[in-house]
Design a protein around this ligand. Sequence first.
Ligand SMILES: *Cc1c(COP(=O)(O)O)cnc(C)c1O
Length: 304
Amino acid sequence: QYELLVQAERFFQIPKNHIAFGNGTDEIIDFLVRIFCEKGDAVLTSDYAFQAYEVSAMANQVQCLKTPVKSDWKFNLNSLIEAYEKNKEKVKIIFIANPNNPTGTFLSKDELLPFLNYFKNNEDVLIVSDEAYVEFARDKNYSSLADELPHYQNLVVLRTFSKIFGMAGLRLGSMLAPAEVIDAYSRMRKPFNVSSVAQVAGIAAMKDQEFIHRTQEVTWSGIDYFYKELAAMGVPYIPSQGNFVLIETPILGKDVFAEMLKLGVILRPVDNYGLPYYLRMSVGLESENKKDIACLKIVLDKIK
Ligand SMILES: *Cc1c(COP(=O)(O)O)cnc(C)c1O
């Protein structure tokens, strides 16, 4: 993985000994749980947070504690601190997905710094900022926590090649973290966890700034198009910093899903997140976005 590391050092502007790779970020999440939690411990996150945290916790007989979101669907950092205080002995990792999947909400650095400072110098808990959608976030108040890594000994930043680079099937994720965390992970991971194909693709991807910009432009204009059309149709949605929008459905999401599927469009049901009346709609190419909206109109008109 040496050449991949060299390129990542340039790409992330972070020294090599603070970077590691996984067979997708999912593998890194799983390893973090296995390294920092024992059976009976807990991880802490928010309701509607990316599901891999809970799945990894459960698979490792670790509890997953969750706090309610605020009225704007954002993670409630004060509630997370309160939940931590109540479960101090158990909680070994706090997962913050920023932006979050499937809600698309984000937290600003101004909101997150007091939270990080609260846990500063706390060696018993790891704060994981999962930034899978970092490149899609365009709110001016959003920024990555990668710059903060030198200041916090318990901060971990996760990135993935699955989203902006569209490499989900190749499986490549990365972790930016204190050297001790990288060392612990490197001892646990399998030596050949990242395939040579994924490594070559990852190197090429990181060299292609132009691709990132083009993907951002296509995504942002797609999101704006969705907002405009959804508003015109009276479909409520949560403003998103990802490459998807979570929409509210007038009947069960899975029934809208089934009707859309008949028309050749797949929207993602999120029942498993406890959101039976929502669907996640991903941005595609302009023609695909138009088809999504046209089909959604047909399906929702039929329900009325
Ligand atoms: C997609 C995603 C990941 C990880 O994806 P991998 O394909 O395993 O790299 C991690 N976190 C969030 C929030 C995601 O949406």
